[in-house]
Each structure stands twice: as structure tokens, then as C-alpha cells.
Design a protein around this ligand. Sequence first.
Ligand code: G3H
Length: 527
Amino acid sequence: MNIPTQYSIDSPFHHNSFLIDGELTIWDGPTADVFSSIHTPNKTGVSAPTHLGSVPDMDEAHALKAVDAATNAFNKGKGEWPTMKVADRIACMERFVNLMKLQRDSVIKLLMWEIGKNLQDSEKEFDRTVDYIVDTINDYKDIDRDSAKFHNHGGVFAHIRRGPIGVVLCLGPYNYPLNETFALLIPAIIMGNTAIFKPAKHGVLLIAPLLKAFKESFPPGVVNIIFGRGRTVATPIMKTGKVDVLALIGHSSSALSLQDLHPKKSRLRLVLGLEAKNPAIIFADADLDKTVEECISGTLSFNGQRCTALKILYVHEDIKEAFLSKFTKAVDALKLGMPWENTLLTPLPEPNKPDYIQELIDDAVSKGAKVLNPRGGERTENYIFPAVLYPVTHDMRVYEEEQFGPVIPVISFSDVDTPLDDMAASMYGQQVSLFGKDVDMIGPLIDTLANLVCRVNLNSSCQRGPDVYPFTGRKNSAVSTLSVRDALRSFSIRTFVATKDNEGNKEILRELLDTHKSNFISTDYLL
Ligand code: G3H
């Protein structure tokens, strides 16, 4: 294999430190090897998964140390960080983002090797995350400016701000190990919370180059980064009851089992981005070429491993033949390659994913579906070529399960109630893509769809971005809303100082403002 020198792995990278209470400590306990599903010749010259390095496989005792560090840094609301001036917290975040930018090349290279994301998308993931942090800073300034004033209603003065909630446990997914994790962590900490962050199972080494930046940017205990299995480290953290916010992007089963461990569930706030089964509904008057193009990127960018991916296509009977013929050709024309070759299809990071997708195909075929594209189901050591399955019925696993990988179930319809009824009955409700032109048809349909999901994409595939737009879902797809501004709200709570309007109180307020004795009571305008 021809690997460009700048992307080659010359020797494994053994990351051996963790960040707790502001200390980067060397881990001398057990470690977990990190492999790429990309095969290269091993020491004996045999082609095998590439050994990328190792990370600490930490234990319960260290998990508890991390939660204690976060709890102490919050210090019942008295901590340096939650009481700090907004401008000073912003300065810490600015320092962090500048240090983070220096690690761009290392993170992008590891994104390609660890999760098989192509170069262009890996670069986009890094740059989008940097933009997200910068936009978060700007939006926080805006929020702060809006609250730099007093209200006076009914004889009561009020100074209202958004305050932190407490300790946040942050767990991100493997498909966006940098972006989605930081889309939780960054708003959480900038609002004055303290956090424990455990990287995902795949996409873990790429966090290592950033540990020092966290250490150098934030006071001790504000960000604690530990490594290890979720069961070993997240479980004891939740059991302490010290976590105030569970911030997780991943599967609802993990979110549910973690919530259940919390001894005081009613005080646990949830910020969750979970599974989805976003459908495309394709009408007979849809622009065929554009629809095929959007459905290819919708179903197969990053091999369908996106919560926003199109995971089922509903095609109107009148366009079915034409659409499927063009779509299957387009699928079979896709190239599978290495991440640095920038192909749409790249190796799957989870070693068992090809077998799982194969099971879905076999199950569907045994129940009457056909694989419409000749290359559908072709296997390599780390890939299974996308199969277009038709006709798919409700009794098939691929109809019910979120495949999160390269397989495309198709259902045809003549009455739009078919997809609508399925969506209403579905466990999920994130987004939909609607393809067509007739406004008499589309208009009322949008009104219904907007009540079933949280984003209706017209003649466009589903996606999260741009990050300023609200990202959420109904039913099992999400709890809380993320976006640059919404995330700042999700990780904070409105809290205020009120006082009866009389001369004595006004005098105290004036003095508080003049002396700057309170960081909360301030009408300073952040520039
Ligand atoms: O995995 C779900 C991601 O939030 C999807 O984001 O639409 O930008 O790929 P994306």
C-alpha cells in the first residue's frame, strides 16, 4: 500500500498519561492496545490491523479521583471556575483553542487511522470544531451582554444570568470523536461547570495530543480526562451521585443504563444525542439526478456511520424504477479506498461491523428482499460494500435497527401515509429528507413532518450542520438541544439576584457595581 509519508505510522504511539486535578500524571497500570482496522504488514510481514499504540486502561479508583477533582473544582458553587468573571473564563477558552490549533496535523492523521474517516472529512472535523469553539465564545459574549443589565418589575429589581449546573460527565461517540465530544465539553465548561471526559472506544489516541492544552488552559479540576472502558470508569462515577449533567452522544441503551446508576436521578440533567433512523421520502416529481446525489451522500458519507445518515429510503411507485436504476449504478460506481485517498467509502473502524451488516442483509434476503446492486455485500477484511435492499418490510431487522453502516433499505409507496405512519410509530424522530417539487403536496406534508421530527430537509440530505442551527430529536433520538447557542443554554440554568426596590437596596446595588466585589453582579459590556 502506498501511504504518503506524512500519514504513515512509523512506530506505535504509547500514550501514558491522564489529566486529573490539573496534573498530567503518568499511568503505570494496565494499558489497552489501539489498532486501526486498516491492514498493513506487521513485524513478520503479514498483513494485519495496524498497531497504532496504546492508552491507559484506568480503574475505578482513578475514576473516583476524577469525579472528586471535578466536584472540588466546583466546590459547591464556591470554586474559582464557577465564580470566575465571564471574561476570564473566555480568556482560558481562547488560550485553549490557540493551543489546540497547533495539534491539527496529529489529530487529523489519527482520525484517519483510528476511525477510517477520509482526509477531507477529518480536516473538516478538526476545523469545524475550532470554529465551534470560536462561535461558542462569541455567542457566550452575546448572552453575557444581554444579561449585563437590571430589570425592574413589580417593585423588584432583578439581575438575571445563566449559571453553571455543576459536574458534567462527558461521553462522545466514535464517529465524531473530536467534534461531537467537544460540542458537549466546550459549552459545558465555558458556562462554569466542571467536567470529567472519557474518550470514545475508537478515536481515543487522537485526544492525547490535546491533554497538555487542557492542562495549560484551565484551572485544576475543571477538565479531567481519563481513559478506560465505560463500564469500569463511567459506572462508578455515576454511582457516586456527584454528576449533575450526563452529556452523552451515543446509544440510548448506554444513556439509560448510566442514568439508572445515579442515586438521585431527579437532580441529573440530561444532554443526549442518540440514535436515529432518518428517512428520505422521494416523490415522483423529484429531480432524479439531484435526489440520487443527495441520497448517496445522505446514506453513505462516512459509510453511513452518522446519526444523521439517511437510514431508509421511501420511493414513490411512479419513480421507483428510474430512481433505483440510477441509484444502484451510482452506489456501485463508488470507490473504496484509504482515508488519505479521499474516497467516499473507507474501512470500517469496528472489526465486527461487516459481519453485523452481513447479518442484516442475510435476514432481509431470507424475508424476501433482493440486493439490487451487483457489488452489494462484497467483502474485504474491513469492509462490506453497500447493499441496496428492496423491497424492505417491517419484519426485517434492517427496517427496525439503526444500521450505522453501509446498507440501504428501500421501501416503495403510493400513499404518503405509508412513510408517515412508519415515522409516527418509529422509536426515533430526528430528521427527514423530502424530495419533490409540488408545493400542493409538499406544503401540508411539511406541516405534519415538522411534528414528527426536528428538521425537515427539502431536496437535501439530512445533516447536523451548520452548527448554529438547532440539533435535536424527538422520542429516543435526543434529550436537550445542541447548537452553538442552544448548547450554552443546555449546560446552564437561569439564576438571578432580586431585591425590593427601595433606597437602601439601590445603594447596595450601586456599591456592588462600583466596587466589582461580585463577579455575578456586573453590567460590564464584554467587548
Ligand atoms: O452522528 C451524528 C452527527 O451529529 C452527524 O453530524 O450531519 O454533520 O455528519 P453530520
